[in-house]
Design a protein around this ligand. Structure first.
Ligand code: GTA
Length: 153
């Protein structure tokens, strides 16, 4: 099957600033990788739930839950690794936007998982973007991350 994601501009808006290669190498990795990132997840969603949902796209090799680097608890994202590129593309096409634990999750192509990438990079330990949120989010609010930086700065 021909790839539906030939246009790189449509493939991902995210650029990992910790990727050590060139922009060309980054783009190449995105086009070939069998790993996706899922974000906007509930902090209460389990690996088993992720497995069940993403299995609809194909056979999963591995799941790595994103963790708050201080509390070591899930902080709203994960990496899902597939065996096949077609299944990877299907997960972006069909699973992104699916409601999981009352939240529309966002599935994005990823350049590939490496040890260390499972940790939130925010100053408080969770994901960077959660520290900038000013909208109401029960998950973030309950865990004390709501608008933290915005309120401070
Ligand atoms: N494939 O969309 C993604 C994605 N995101 C959002 C995170 N990861 C992703 N991977 C893919 N697609 O392994 C991965 C990261 C890492 C893990 C946790 O998830 O590669 P993180 O979310 O805690 O940190 O990552 P990340 O990704 O480095 O942060 P982000 O959102 O790109 O922010 C980078 C910079 O922009 C920071 O300097 C921050 O201060 C600034 N920033 C971010 N959001 C805002 C905002 N709303 N307003 C102002 N500045 C902002």
């Amino acid at each position: 099957m021909a790839s539906l994601f030939k246009d790189l501009a449509k493939i991902s808006a995210y650029r990992d600033r910790r990727f050590s290669g060139t922009q060309e190498e980054f783009e190449d990795a995105l086009l070939k990788s069998t790993t996706v990132y899922a974000g906007n997840m509930s902090f209460y969603t389990t690996e088993e739930q992720v497995y069940e949902l993403f299995s609809r796209a194909g056979e999963i090799k591995k799941i790595v839950m994103g963790l708050d680097k201080n509390s070591k608890t899930p902080c709203g994202f994960c990496f899902v690794m597939f065996y096949s590129r077609d299944d990877t593309e299907d997960s972006v096409k069909y699973i992104s936007g699916t409601i999981l634990d009352d939240r529309p999750i966002r599935v994005d192509f990823d350049w590939g998982f490496q040890e260390g990438r499972q940790w939130g990079r925010g100053r408080s330990g969770g994901q960077v973007r959660d520290e900038y949120r000013t909208d109401y989010d029960p998950d973030i609010l309950l865990l004390g991350g709501y608008g933290k930086l915005v309120q401070k700065e």
